[in-house]
Design a protein around this ligand. Sequence first.
Ligand SMILES: [Zn+2]
Length: 291
Amino acid sequence: MEESRFIAGQPVPVGTGKVSVQRVLCANASMMTGPGTNTYVLGDRDMAVVDPGPALPDHTDAIMQALADRPLKWIFVTHTHGDHSPGTSALQALTGACVIGMAPPPGALYQDASFAPDRLYQDGERIICDGFTMQLIRTPGHVSNHICFLLEEDGLLFTGDHILQGTTPVILPPDGDMGDYLASLEQLRGLPLQALAPGHGEIMREPAQVINTLVRHRLRREQKIVNALQNLGPATLDTLVLQAYDDVAEHLLPWAKKTLLAHLIKLLRDGRAAVDGDATDAAAQWAPNRD
Ligand SMILES: [Zn+2]
């Protein structure tokens, strides 16, 4: 990774074709956000932003600087986690831009309930901007209201947390769903993609390879969970995670448990696992389906 390119607040050109794209990194680096959240600034005249990031005045200032007095007309939001959407209201108040995204379902955990898009948007809808077009690609999985945006002119897909660089996203059930996640990855294969612009990390220039690797990773993990169920079942999440995620550092296990549960719910639905009690209860015992 080119570390020098990851300096918070400094706009870096990352365009991969005709349309000007700048990345403004937010100073919120952490275990969950890697180098920090990527905000993307698009265009030359009337401008667009993808993912304003958290509500941090310094980050909003850095976005305004990158806009360089050009009008901001569109704010695209991939999903409503705290590191992607809460900066929207300040930016919208300063610029009057139209807000494009999906509100979180009521009561969903870890979601920014303040997020309010201008209207309801449909899958496949195309937003004509100033010299470029963004297409909405619904990609539920990480969370149910996740959207990727395709910059059509350059085949550049803004992937939010659907596809990350350098790590795999956590799937957060019950709102996040492993079956949906895999279907959303498959659906991307049909798009004319040239590059991926993730919510965290560097631009990826081999989209097909990245998607293949991610799908393989998920299916390998699923097989490892099936094996652990056969070896240990009936067993709780706490027991299963140690065997099914024996390659993951201990401090990441609480997050691995969430994705493990997402896999188990998919296996339950596929008729390959059984559960005694409520699937979302930590004390629930999981076993292979013997039927
Ligand atoms: Zn997220």
